[in-house]
Design a binder for this molecule. Structure first.
Ligand code: DAH
Length: 340
């Protein structure tokens, strides 16, 4: 029996040395030390031994069991460590590799220009207001001194959603909404999208952007308009840029002007950007027509005001020397990335 025990020990230790993972180890433990294991089977036969032999063999059996248990425990530790090392090796991170940069979004050039304008006008005490893109005939035309049969309506041949509802063709409707709600002094700008039935080409889009400005107070003159616009042009294009007023016509202003800036690309000599003119038209403006003030319940004998409407797309394309307005609407990230 003693030999049997020694043999079991030897074969168990030999198998143990081959054991490569936790599962095999557990199987081995069960096959020797488990209830139906080989060592247990031997111990069950102890009863057959004589009284002298029993303690001697018993001691050997115990030693064998302890030796096996110890060896198994040791192996278990070793396997655990190996597993951990294997995992660490497999999951190893090379901290010297260049990282993957997270691609951050950025503002659209139109938003950059709009935000800059808002900053400039806010610093001059203007409030920023919002207006609806779907307007009524009243706010878009009638209250702006453009009655139903007025020929100036043709220039804004717009998208009708019903007899009386249409997509706004100019942000000027915001003037009326503000004057109906507030008492002078009024100083607001209203940036937003506008719509016109234009064919798409390098300089036209049926959707574009404007920013309306309105100032109404006692004693407002054309000088205030000029000073205000010069201030904003110099901040956007630089102080060397010249501003030119040309007489024009809008039904809601009298007198009316169109405002040009000297071309920042060629300094006024004439180039591709300004189409040889040396000047770029950026906005329409004028002194608010007495009919408009009166219609909003503001007495034109007491108050006067100026208004202007800037084309934001034109401002953006000239500022960044973008040759085609369509680039602003295509959302090509190769184009947009350049502004981040
Ligand atoms: N609404 C005009 C347009 O879309 C621009 C404009 C001209 C706005 C004169 C004004 C203004 O407020 O006073 O062409």
């Amino acid at each position: 029996m003693r030999e049997q025990l020694e043999q079991i020990k030897a074969s168990a230790l030999a198998e143990l040395a081959q054991c490569g993972d936790g599962k095999a180890l557990e199987a081995l433990r069960v096959s020797y030390l488990g209830k139906k294991g080989q060592l247990t089977a031997i111990l069950k036969q102890m009863g057959k031994l004589s009284a002298e032999e029993r303690p001697v063999i018993g001691q050997v059996a115990n030693e064998v069991r302890q030796a096996l248990e110890a060896a198994i425990a040791e192996k278990q530790e070793a396997l655990k460590e190996k597993e951990l090392n294997d995992r660490l090796e497999a999951e190893r991170i090379d901290v010297t590799m260049p990282g993957k940069a997270a691609k951050a979004g950025g503002l659209h050039p139109l938003s950059i220009v709009t935000n800059d304008l808002i900053d400039i006008f806010q610093s001059m005490g203007f409030d920023v207001v919002d207006g609806p893109e779907v307007e009524t005939d009243h706010y878009l035309f009638e209250a702006l001194n453009l009655p139903k049969d007025h020929p100036a309506r043709d220039m804004q041949d717009t998208f009708y959603l019903g007899d009386n509802l249409l997509l706004r063709s100019q942000t000027s409707s915001a003037q009326i909404r503000v004057m109906e709600q507030r008492k002078p002094p009024i100083r607001i700008v209203c940036p937003g999208r506008v719509y016109r039935a234009d064919e798409v080409d390098a300089t036209h889009s049926p959707v574009f952007h404007q920013m309306e400005g309105l100032v109404v107070d006692k004693g407002i003159t054309m000088c205030d308009l000029k000073g205000c616009l010069e201030q904003f042009v110099h901040e956007i294009y630089g102080p060397e840029t010249q501003v030119r007023f040309r007489p024009s016509f809008f039904p809601f202003t009298e007198p009316s002007v169109e405002v040009d800036v000297s071309c920042s690309e060629c300094g006024g000599k004439g180039c591709r950007i300004c189409k040889g003119a040396g000047w770029i038209e950026i906005l329409g403006a004028g002194m608010v027509h007495p009919n408009v003030l009166r219609g909003c319940g503001i007495d034109p004998e007491v108050y006067s005001g100026f208004a202007f409407g800037v084309g934001l797309d034109r401002l953006t394309t000239t500022r960044y020397k973008i040759s085609d307005i369509r680039l602003l609407f295509e959302n090509d990230t190769r184009f947009l990335d350049q502004f981040n």
